[in-house]
Design a protein around this ligand. Structure first.
Ligand code: ZN
Length: 165
């Protein structure tokens, strides 16, 4: 088949109607490649017809990126989730310093008075239920009450005397 005004006019007509190159070739009894080549040489405009999209896979791919954006959207929140999870992590860091700093002032105020004002003199056999500490008010600057402090420091003197003797 030769391209002449009649066949070219029919090609333009079918092309303008939006038929696929294969369909045009079938109707004009020419190969699809002949239609494509001739249409290219004629600088025929791209056909906006939906038929072209259905036949030519390349035309259907523009919507594909839209589908890609769909699946990619869920990962975005997932990526944001770790970021949000990371964000709270810096917060515990300052908190870790806070509890460490709080006990420091608390311990001196709570432990010192107890050790200073409570007598640590052991009463009873250690390891038994009856064993306890004196718990009486201790002499200022000593871990025992006045009574047990005298006993404790007397014992120290006795031991020193024994060691000296
Ligand atoms: Zn005591």
């Amino acid at each position: 088949m030769e391209w002449n005004e009649e066949t070219i006019a029919r090609l333009r007509a079918l092309w303008a109607e939006g038929h696929s190159t294969a369909e045009i070739g079938r109707r004009m009894n020419v190969s699809k490649n002949a239609v494509v080549g001739k249409a290219h040489r004629l600088n025929l405009p791209a056909r906006p017809s939906p038929i072209r999209r259905d036949v030519e896979g390349a035309a259907t791919r523009p919507p594909a990126p839209r589908r890609v954006t769909g699946p990619t959207l869920p990962p975005l929140p997932q990526r944001e989730a770790p970021v949000q999870a990371v964000a709270p992590r810096p917060a515990p860091a300052p908190r870790a310093e806070a509890p460490a700093a709080r006990p420091v002032p608390v311990r001196p105020s709570t432990y010192r008075p107890q050790r200073l004002v409570t007598c640590c003199w052991p009463i009873g056999e250690p390891g038994t239920k009856s064993f306890r500490f004196c718990d009486a008010d201790a002499t200022t600057g000593k871990p025992y009450c006045s009574e047990h402090a005298s006993l404790a420091y007397v014992k120290v003197r006795d031991r020193r005397d024994e060691a000296a003797a």
